[in-house]
Structures are given as C-alpha cells and as structure tokens.
Design a protein around this ligand. Sequence first.
Ligand code: SD4
Length: 294
Amino acid sequence: MKGVLLLATWNFGRLAVERAFNALELGSPVLEALETGINAVEIDTTVQSVGYGGLPNRAGYVELDAAIMDAHRHRSGAVAGLRGFRRPISVARRVMEVLPHALLVGEGAAQFAREQGFEEEETLTPEASEQWLRWRETQAPPANVEDNHDTVGMIIWTPDKLVVGCSTSGLKWKYPGRVGDSPIVGAGLYADKEVGAAVATGNGDEISRVALCGRVVFLMERGLHPQEACDEAIRYLMRKRSDENGVPPHAAVLAVRVDGSVGVSASYTKFPYALHDGETLKMLEREALPPDGR
Ligand code: SD4
C-alpha cells in the first residue's frame, strides 16, 4: 500500500500501527484506522500506562485521558479524567463528531460516553490494584514522573489526510483530577493540514508548560524540517525546565510534515517508536539529545 505513513510511540506502537494498517488495508478511513490502532493498546491489560489496565491515581482509581485531531477539518475531541470506560480514544472521537466542544472532563465525559452507548466497565485490573496497594503501604513519594510515562500516540498521514491521536492513564499515583498533556490540543498533540502533525509522550505537566506539539507544528510552519522542529522544541523544553542539576524533563515527540517527511526527538534515554511506510513496519529508536540541549 503506497502513499501512507503510520507512526506510533513506544514498543507497543507496533501493535497500534499493525492494527491501524490492517484496518486501512481493509478499506477503513484514516480516522477509523487510527481509532482501531489506539484501541488495541487501550484494551491490552499488559500495558499499564494506557486505557484498561492502566495504573490508578493516588486514591486508587483509574482516570483516563485521550484526544484525537483531524487536520483536514481542523477539528478535535478529547476526554480527561474519564472513569469507567476502557477505550477513551473512541469517546474522544465521538466528542469531536457529535459535540461543538473540544474537551470533556470527569463526570461530564462519563455521562456523554453513557449517552453515546459506550459500555461502562471496570478499568482497574487486579494487577494494577495490587501495585497501588503496595505503593500505598510504602508511602513512597508521589508520581516519580521519570519512570511511568508511556502514552500511545499515533499519526497517520496520506497525501490528502492527516490524523493524530493519543491515549494514556497519565502518571501513576497522580493527584485525582490531574490532567496531563494528552487531551490538550497544542500540548500532547496538534495537526494542521497546511503544515503537519505532532504527538508527544513523557511528563505531561512539563509538556503542557511548553505547548510542545503546537510548538513543533509552528516551527515546521516557519520552514523547519520536521526533524529540526522536533529537536528545537525539545531543546526549548530542556532550556526552560531542566532542574538545577541540568536534568531535563522526560519528553519525546513524533512529527510528520504534509509532504510525508518525519521528525523524532527525545530528551532522555532511547525513545522507541514504530514506523510503517506502507510497505514495511520498522521498530526504530531515537537517541536523546544531549542534556545541555545542544
Ligand atoms: C501524562 N504524557 O499524562 C502523559 C503520560 C504518559 O507518555 O504516559 N506519557 O503526563
């Protein structure tokens, strides 16, 4: 299948990309394929940072964030702090398609999901619950943001379509009501049909503070190659938010320009991602930028 590009974050990005590509091959529209790919990670209980099986907040219940954006019509939909539904990206898509709003939170998001006929289900698995109980006993400090950030983010590009989506259970042991970057347009994702799209993963509080994905797309709009735009936006985050020892917040970003060129950048360790070019699916890895941001 020519003229298509699918990218997704982390090792489980393989699953998302495989499912999405299969859906495209069967004739699904790109939005449908994106949802299918992300759903596969959401309902995989071995993934403890997305959807069903995600680790809970400090109080022991799971709150899910997700968003979707369709560059073609510059429309988006998102949910934050959603409880009781295993596939938040599907609810986000429905927000985009049915409501004039960009984001629903908490009980309102759940009410909407119910009205739309989504089935209300347990989202906390016994494994996640056990981990929470252990955490509670040790009274460990809250959210060590450096070891629990794996949002599934995916971009699908074709010469005339561009869609992006992401889904996460957020940082484990987060304060109830905490909303990360993922459901925020401009922070966790962004898409512009004249320019390109970006999606982020990592410490969502810090990603939000620099409007990371909006910045990447804006830099592409100013003429930077997607790789330069991703690097420049990650450097900006590092300059603004590294700690007193020069340790940067954890973040990574994927971007695609409307001509199909790609950028990937990360502030820490090796960042694995999946890329399907319509012929083959490859698992790739991006080295972190040096800590001084150069
Ligand atoms: C957040 N960015 O809520 C998300 C966490 C995550 O990969 O899993 N990112 O902060």
